[in-house]
Design a protein around this ligand. Sequence first.
Ligand SMILES: N[C@@H](CCC(=O)N[C@@H](CS)C(=O)NCC(=O)O)C(=O)O
Length: 206
Amino acid sequence: MLKLWGRTNSTNVKKALWCLEELQIPYTRVDAGGAFGVVDETHYIAKNPNKLVPCLEDGELVLWESNAIVRYLAAQYGQGSLWESHPAQRAQADKWMDWVTATLAAPFRPVFWNIVRTAPEQRDMASVQASLDACGKLLAIPDQALATQPYLSGESLGMGDIPLGCYAYAWFEMPIERPDLPHLRRWYEQLQRRPGYQTAVVTPLT
Ligand SMILES: N[C@@H](CCC(=O)N[C@@H](CS)C(=O)NCC(=O)O)C(=O)O
């Protein structure tokens, strides 16, 4: 059976978990990272020398990097659903996956860490405001894309929706001021109606 290493409150772990739930693949999950430790243990470092989560095991395959895990699960188990076989269409999904990691993740981090993981009196609110402004401008890009198509991956949910879907939960549920992004919100509300999203992503922000 597939084994996923990683704590459920990690956005990167949520990506893999949501795929597993969406594809209804039997799996076991082992708490690792953060307060659970494990990532510093020799056996784990042998699997993932970055000492980070998530890490997936599927038979002989040991795989780290959350987007690579999403792509693998979609290709191996999600043909006709999360995986798009047409290269041009799949490239659109790839684009959003890479955009989240390369562009959105860095400005998103100070917001999340200050608002969710830092006591109110210790928060760097100047950094939060600057990051919120940056994130608002960036999220206008998928908002615009979602004005003309139901999902980032196209006509139906695909792997391209997975990373931003995990960030969207924190974005819409943190007690922050958000710019009005109606298409992004409509998409987020659609994700909320998916049982797999509820199980894997809609968990307490900690
Ligand atoms: N690029 C990596 C980043 C992985 C990462 O930064 N994971 C964080 C959790 S989101 C982590 O393992 N932090 C240390 C820990 O939890 O102990 C990926 O996408 O998988």
